[in-house]
Design a protein around this ligand. Structure first.
Ligand code: GLN
Length: 563
């Protein structure tokens, strides 16, 4: 769809209005959460919302990037590997996003270059303006059609060379759609300088000036700060930025991210947006969010300590959805979550696993790639199994649970995954058949939502309360069916499979308070207002362990050794 057809919208197809979110001064300023919170408030006013993230990097998608570089890769139902901001958008609103909702420079150029090769530009010199910018706008219009409001976040910081084509595209989009149909929101920083005892507006002034140099006058400013901004200071920012003073919106740091929509609402942001965009809508109902925040801040049942055994423990963004899903599980169980990020390589070096794991109320082994740190994770799984500590394994976490069981219960000492070496004596985890011969790395895993059926009477079926589920995947390796018989005869329960029963999607142990693992990533579908059942069950099991009389005093099995 092009601009002409968008502006040709009549009452039959409602016209989509655009909120264009940019960021200035520093990265990680909270653009994603600001955009998501705007989505929350617009939905709470009864409007339909969609979100997009435009990322200036040249990778076609973030799927090939290390978590150290980019944080978590968020997977959508349709199997796109996307920016973690899409996770915020899906958690804060009811929108369901797809591969069309995360654009990168790489994807735009890929498409423009292949059009050029097909001769579609009819002899024209293909240029950033107008061809790249037109491609961006076409994709924005196509992905947002039908929504009342589309909130478009532009990654990076204004002033970066690489974000210029995206900024130019939104400048054009603003002009094409007119002031009542598109507005620019700029997120900036208003730092407090302790030695001066003052908050400073200069970074904001400079950042807005950068925006104006490229032709975009922000209509509203979200000013990230660690304390409230006085009226005087707001007036100063308004004057220098050419923004109305009631559209200078402070975003004071919050202890719970789900408080941000509430705090922005108190500052009047949603009123300002609907007024600017000339939309008639009701006052927002944010009571659900108030309940979420209230529960988060004063849980009735204290806290539980969850050990997350991973290798990206120094970078919390790598486990963003996981962290949020645990928080949601805590909200459902009315308990606060204290996550201890434990470096799996450290567990490989320790002579006493107990000193790292004994005090935990539950242990979680998340997804991951490669063999670094896997022996530490396997040792933690063994410890959880033997000491009856509630355990939850996700993706690689499930694969390692199978390896641990094969090694220590089925006497397959050399059991391992083909991922960790080609010549494995007992490849209990093997490459999926459709991955054989796949050399290209981008977007080639088993990705996105697949159906799964649960075995009746299993803990999994009881937790979900249904026998048919759909969950999102991101993996290349799978449970090797050659070992089904051997493993199940020793007690491992395969509680979830693909509908044709070929793929093992969930496992569990019956003689354990809670030992559940899945090949998929349930964290992507957990929501603050509706915790994922696997996370609420896991957290409930942690609460039960904490409350059990023998907590910490139960007879110890022999300490797991690390081989
Ligand atoms: N590395 C494993 C695989 O590709 C697990 C992937 C994951 O944990 N997301 O199958």
């Amino acid at each position: 769809m092009n601009a002409a057809s968008n502006s040709g919208n009549t009452s039959a197809t409602r016209r989509t209005k655009f909120v264009l979110v940019t960021g200035g001064v520093v990265s990680s300023i909270g653009k994603g959460l600001s955009a998501a919170s705007i989505g929350t408030l617009m939905e709470a006013r009864g409007l339909t919302v969609t979100h997009m993230k435009l990322d200036p990097y040249i990778n076609v998608d973030p799927g090939t990037m290390s978590p150290y570089q980019h944080g978590e890769v968020y997977v959508t139902d349709d199997g796109a590997e996307t920016d973690l901001a899409l996770g915020h958008y899906e958690r804060f609103t009811h929108c369901r996003l797809t591969r069309r909702h995360n654009l990168t420079t790489g994807r735009i150029y890929e498409s423009v270059i292949s059009k050029e090769r097909r001769g579609e530009y009819l002899g024209a010199t293909v240029q950033v303006i107008p061809h790249i910018t037109q491609e961006i706008k076409d994709r924005v219009y196509a992905a947002t059609e039908g929504a009342d409001i589309a909130i478009i976040e532009i990654g990076g910081t204004v002033g970066d060379i690489e974000s210029l084509p995206f900024l130019e595209a939104i400048r054009q989009l603003k002009i094409e759609n007119g002031p009542e149909n598109a507005m620019s929101i700029h997120v900036t920083l208003v730092p407090h300088i302790p030695t001066a005892g003052e908050m400073k507006t200069k970074p904001t002034q400079h950042s807005v000036r950068e925006m104006r140099e490229i032709g975009i006058q922000p209509d509203l400013l979200i000013c990230r700060c660690d304390r409230n901004i006085t009226q005087n200071l707001k007036e100063k920012i308004a004057l220098f930025s050419n923004v109305r003073v009631d559209r200078v919106i402070p975003a004071v740091d919050v202890s719970c991210i789900y408080e941000l929509p509430i705090s922005l609402h108190m500052e009047g942001i949603d009123t300002q947006i609907v007024e600017h965009l000339n939309i008639w809508s009701r006052q927002p109902d944010i009571s659900e969010w108030e309940r979420v925040v209230q529960k988060f801040k004063s849980p009735e049942r204290g806290k539980v300590r969850i050990g997350l055994i991973g290798k990206y423990v120094h970078l919390k963004d790598s486990y963003k959805s996981l962290h949020e899903a645990m928080v949601h599980g805590g909200l459902a169980a009315d308990v606060a979550i204290q996550t201890e990020y434990i470096d799996s390589e450290q567990l490989e070096r320790t002579s006493s696993l107990s000193s790292h794991l004994e005090h935990l109320d539950a242990i979680l082994v998340p997804g991951g790639f490669g063999d670094r740190g896997v022996e530490g994770k396997i040792a933690a799984i063994r410890y959880a199994r033997e000491h009856k500590i509630p355990f939850f394994g996700i993706c690689l976490g499930m694969q390692l649970s199978v390896i641990e069981y094969a090694r220590n219960i089925c006497d397959l000492e050399d059991a391992s995954s083909v991922e960790f070496g080609e010549r494995v004596q007992h490849p209990v985890i093997d490459l999926m058949p459709d991955q054989v011969g796949v050399d290209s790395k981008g977007g080639t895993m088993r990705l996105g939502a697949y159906p799964c059926k649960l075995v009746s009477g299993s803990r999994a079926a009881e937790i979900y309360g249904t026998s048919e589920i759909s969950e999102r995947h991101r993996h290349r390796f799978e449970f090797n069916n050659d070992y089904r018989e051997q493993l199940t005869s020793k007690g491992l329960v395969l509680s979830g499979t693909s509908p044709d029963e070929r793929l093992v999607e969930m496992i569990e142990l019956p003689d354990h308070p809670h030992f559940v693992a899945c090949q998929f990533h349930p964290e992507f579908k957990s929501r603050p207002r509706q915790a994922h059942p696997l996370f609420s069950a896991f957290i409930r099991a942690a609460v039960a362990r904490r409350q059990s009389a023998g907590r910490g005093h139960q007879p110890k099995a022999e300490s797991a050794t690390i081989n």
